[in-house]
Design a protein around this ligand. Structure first.
Ligand code: T3D
Length: 265
């Protein structure tokens, strides 16, 4: 029987999703898209899931679209557009709006949509041997999966343009130095660090974290006035959660807070 294209591991308080087509460097085919979509939906529906770890099997994180799927037996390549609408765009939107943090553990090369899906995660950790490649221009395409949005915002227009136009690999240490990712760690420490983050998130005030994701994303298109209004709204919502009450009480009692991650009843 063929191996599952996405492996799902349930841990206490979080899930680990592993892109699992290592022979193809975890390139996305339709089956992998479907499996990832279902795994994300199931994680979202599980009220005990308070963080997600996304990684790749084998030596790569993900090499983007499986290009073999884009050539017909007579050598014709597909015209694109609907694939983005059907798979990549909903995937990026879902990662940004999941009501808990998503940690990408980039274990090796992340190319094309694979790089930008990593950047869509809330926190990106990369192994020293990993690299990020905007491979699109190399095959006559335009960066997608949010790349043209994330890159200039994370590293500035000059570096974004050069990476997109040249398709040059960006090694993990430089990605960290440029602010593209949160941290580079040694290869052997990657998964332990990623799990540690998820364990911490699984004990965090999850509703507040979801609201933080939202206000930071919306800040890109808001002026200060609108952002102040949004902060008022989200702060109100956060203050209705049992975790806020617990956080304040625990602080005053000088004890560690025990957050349940639940919404206000
Ligand atoms: O189509 C749409 O829906 C639009 C959306 C597009 C989104 C995109 O992601 S477009 C960009 C697609 N990705 C790429 O162009 C990257 C292609 N891959 C590479 O450039 C290189 O493989 C890497 C730089 C990622 C790694 O290089 P290297 O030398 O470490 O490995 P390799 O030997 O090239 O690859 C190993 C195997 O994986 C190889 O298979 P083989 O020959 O051993 O049977 C290779 O063909 C396969 N592989 C790697 N990437 C892909 C792939 N097979 C299919 N599709 C791939 N994207």
């Amino acid at each position: 029987m063929a191996e599952a294209p996405v492996l799902v591991e349930r841990r206490a308080g979080y899930r680990v999703l592993t892109l699992n087509r290592p022979q193809q460097l975890n390139a996305f085919n339709e089956a992998m898209h479907q499996a990832l979509k279902s795994a994300l939906a199931e994680a979202e529906e599980d009220s005990d899931c308070r963080a997600l770890l996304l990684t790749g099997a084998g030596r790569a994180f993900c090499a983007g679209q499986d290009l073999r799927e884009r050539v017909s037996p007579d050598g014709q390549v597909s015209v694109l557009g609907s694939a983005l609408e059907t798979y990549y765009n909903p995937l990026v939107r879902k990662l940004r709006t999941l009501p808990f943090p998503v940690v990408a553990a980039v274990n090796g090369v992340a190319a094309g949509a694979g790089a930008n899906i990593a950047l869509a995660c809330d926190i990106v950790l990369a192994a020293r041997s990993a690299s990020f490649i905007q491979a699109f221009a190399r095959i006559g395409l335009v960066p997608d999966s949010g790349g043209t949005w994330f890159l200039p915002r994370l590293i500035g227009p000059a570096r974004a343009r050069a990476l997109a136009l040249t398709g040059a690999p960006l090694p993990a240490d430089k990605a960290e130095a440029w602010g593209l990712i949160w941290r580079m760690v040694e290869d052997l420490e990657l998964m332990a660090e990623a799990h540690k983050l998820c364990v911490d998130f699984s004990e965090a005030p999850t509703v507040a974290l979801a609201l933080i994701k939202r206000v930071l994303d919306e800040s890109w298109s808001n002026d200060l006035d609108a952002q102040l209004d949004l902060e008022r709204e989200t702060q109100h919502e956060a203050s209705l959660t049992p975790d806020y009450a617990e956080g304040v009480r625990a602080f005053l009692a000088k004890r560690p807070a025990v957050f349940n991650g639940r919404r206000a009843r």
